[in-house]
Write a protein that binds this ligand. Structure first.
Ligand code: HEC
Length: 91
C-alpha cells in the first residue's frame, strides 16, 4: 500500500515535470519566431496579408486586438506581429 502511494506520487511528479517542459518548449517555439514570420503564417488564412504600410501604428494596435481573437493567436504572438507591422507602418 505504501509503495503504491509512492509510485503514484512519483508518476504524478513525472507528469507535472513533463507538462512543464512541454510548456517551455512550446513557448520557446513562439519566442524563436519573428513577428514577420508569425504575420506571414497567421494573417492570410481569411484575407490577403495586409502590408505593414496599409495602416498607422495606432491602427495596427487596434487591428491586432481584433485579429488576435479571429486568428486564435496568443497575446505574445499578437505583440510580435503588431511590433513588426508598426516598424514599417504608415506615418
Ligand atoms: C479567422 C479569420 C481571420 C484571420 C486569421 C485574420 N483576420 Fe483579419 N479580418 C478578418 C475579417 C472577417 C475581417 C473583416 C471584418 C473585421 O474588420 O472585423 C478582417 C479585417 C482585417 C483588417 C481590416 C481591413 C480593413 O480594410 O479595414 C486588417 C488590417 C486585418 N484583418 C489584419 C489581420 C492581421 C494582421 C491578422 C493576423 C494577426 C489577421 N487579420 C488575421 C478575418 C481574419
Amino acid at each position: 500500500m505504501k509503495n503504491k502511494l509512492g509510485l503514484i506520487a512519483t508518476l504524478a511528479f513525472a507528469l507535472v515535470l513533463a507538462l512543464t517542459i512541454a510548456g517551455c518548449v512550446a513557448s520557446q517555439k513562439v519566442a524563436s519566431k519573428s513577428g514577420a514570420q508569425l504575420w506571414g503564417e497567421n494573417c492570410q488564412h481569411c484575407h490577403n496579408t495586409p502590408t505593414p504600410n496599409s495602416f498607422s501604428g495606432d491602427q495596427w494596435e487596434t487591428i491586432g486586438m481584433h485579429m488576435q481573437t479571429r486568428a486564435l493567436i496568443t497575446e505574445q504572438e499578437r505583440n510580435k506581429i503588431v511590433e513588426f507591422l508598426q516598424q514599417s507602418a504608415a506615418k
